[in-house]
Design a protein around this ligand. Structure first.
Ligand code: SAM
Length: 213
């Protein structure tokens, strides 16, 4: 992945965000909420600006940071976003209300693997952003890619998982080792998928961009 000096340089070049976004970034830092890394989200937002999606499905709202950044980057887009954690859901609801962009967002409370009916009714989608439990990426992809329009894209974050998927060092914790293995298997599956062209950008925590063939 990118080296630390390069990341610092790139982050310094990124313009300040609005006060609300900076407040959310600070809240996330202080409360260890894993929002998307700054360079990673800038790359994703640029795809949103180019793609101009009408409808976006986001799996993994957390406190609503990426949903609001996408809403701001593409004011004509509507975002359907899913979060299972009660505290983060409430925090997101609150930030959406304060943002003045709440009318662009539908927030669904619950496990993404149990919300297919509601997601289907609200679809189809021009973009799907997968940023939830890393061990479930293949399931999310398989469940929701059927609701993607033919010209749509799927963006998956954390596919390089802090470099652990390619570093040779032995991973002590079994839980992390299993997770790394699952992400690695997902990457292999995605890159050889007959129905999608995929590229992995080594930016942020690793961002995969997939488009239907
Ligand atoms: N996209 C957010 C951002 O960049 O601002 C960050 C999302 S954070 C990495 C992942 C979130 O997904 C967590 O808040 C977690 O509670 C939620 N999550 C994980 N698995 C989920 C699932 N199966 N269904 C719904 N939410 C899930």
């Amino acid at each position: 992945m990118l080296n630390d000096e390069l990341i610092t340089y790139m982050q310094k070049l990124i313009p300040d965000r609005t006060n609300l976004f900076m407040e959310m970034e600070e809240y996330a830092r202080e409360n260890r909420v894993p929002i998307m890394e700054l360079e990673g989200i800038e790359a994703m937002l640029q795809i949103v600006r180019i793609q101009q999606p009408t409808k976006i499905l986001e799996i993994g709202t957390a406190i609503g940071y990426s949903a609001l950044r996408m809403a701001e980057a593409c004011p004509s887009a509507h975002i359907v976003t899913l979060e299972r954690d009660q505290e983060r859901y409430e925090k997101a609801e609150n930030y959406f209300a304060r943002s003045g962009m709440a009318n662009q967002i539908t927030l669904i409370k619950g496990d993404a693997l149990e919300q297919e009916d509601e997601v289907r009714i609200l679809g189809d989608y021009d973009m799907i952003f997968i940023d939830a439990a890393k061990g479930q990426y293949k399931k999310f992809f398989e469940m929701y890619s059927q609701y993607l329009n033919d010209t749509g894209v799927i963006i998956t974050d954390n596919v390089l998982f802090k470099g652990l998927v390619y570093e040779k060092a032995e991973i002590e914790k079994k839980r992390i080792r299993n997770l790394v293995q699952k992400i690695d298997q997902f990457n292999e599956w995605l890159m050889t998928n007959d129905r999608y062209h995929t590229v992995i950008l080594p930016i942020g925590d690793g961002v995969a961009i997939s488009r239907k063939k």
